[in-house]
Ligand binder design. Sequence first.
Ligand code: PMP
Length: 351
Amino acid sequence: MGFEDNIRKVTPYTPGEQPRNKVIKLNTNECPYSPSPKVIGAMQDFDWERLRLYPDPAMTEFTESLAKHYGVKPSQVFAGVGSDDVLSMCFLTFFAGEKPVLFPDITYSFYDVWAGVYRIPYKEKKLDDEFRIVAADYYEQNGGVVIANPNAPTGRGESLELIEDILEHNKDSVVIVDEAYIDFGAETALPLINKYNNLVVVRTMSKSRALAGMRLGYCFGNEKLIKYLNDVKYSVNSYTLNMPSIAVGKAAIEDKEYFDEIVGKVKATREWTAKEFTSLGFTYSSSDTNFIFAKPPEGYSGEYVFEKLKEQGIYVRHFNKERITDYLRITIGTDEEMNILFSALREICDV
Ligand code: PMP
């Protein structure tokens, strides 16, 4: 059929809705608080006349401040336009073999999309009935491993022992640990980058640094892996981060005090809201993230509660996917937003 035959056709990732009207937005795991005042200061101080020039393609200001903050070498850091960009570059760079890449059946729904667009073979490994990763599933021959820890949308964190077990059994392929939610729970695999030269740890500023709109992500790994990543990046788009983003990223990473404050607030809200979910008859496992993955009480389907909440201007996330269709993924908002959510849920679920 002519040109149609030459087109790369893919099933794209479906992002959570970004409604334009004022709603209570608990559907895409953003931070309910504003970014650090230092970030806002960096934006105000930015010399906009500099924008006529291209930005630093190595994003040195940002990568050096990340290296300093996390105690690694600048040559062990790579940054991109959100961790989606970093992860996408990792898939393109590290998964160029014939063997399938392994990741859980229930995890970040972008992994199979990148595998699809880059024509990477993959195999999904079933989480157990409690949505836990079974390390032994990752012992088989593969072309790479991707683990989100804590996992999304389940909210469950796995132990560092489990991550290391997977690393021990996968010395011949690159293992990516996506730590988008690590600041809210679970133990980071970051120190292991000096022990395993095939480990990449991916992070984002979208959640715990309240910068989803700025699009800042980064990863850490052995210098050689970072070089390979840069080689691919420079072959696709050399100037990924714009100048204001680079300045903002540096300012954000340097404000540890504010970071601790907002992460602490999200965790405190998570603790009392968990109890509230229990009293409403929802079931869930404890969360290591800035969201709760919860199942409404008997007789109320995930989709029904999702639609009813939406009618009231409260957005949560529902996945029409096997094994998780009964669940809702609800981002932790402010105390006030959660109280509004709970009064709506009491009405909807007749409690
Ligand atoms: N990884 C996981 C597990 C996520 O949930 C998200 C958020 N959608 C991302 C990566 C990407 O986040 P961002 O591109 O905003 O850094």
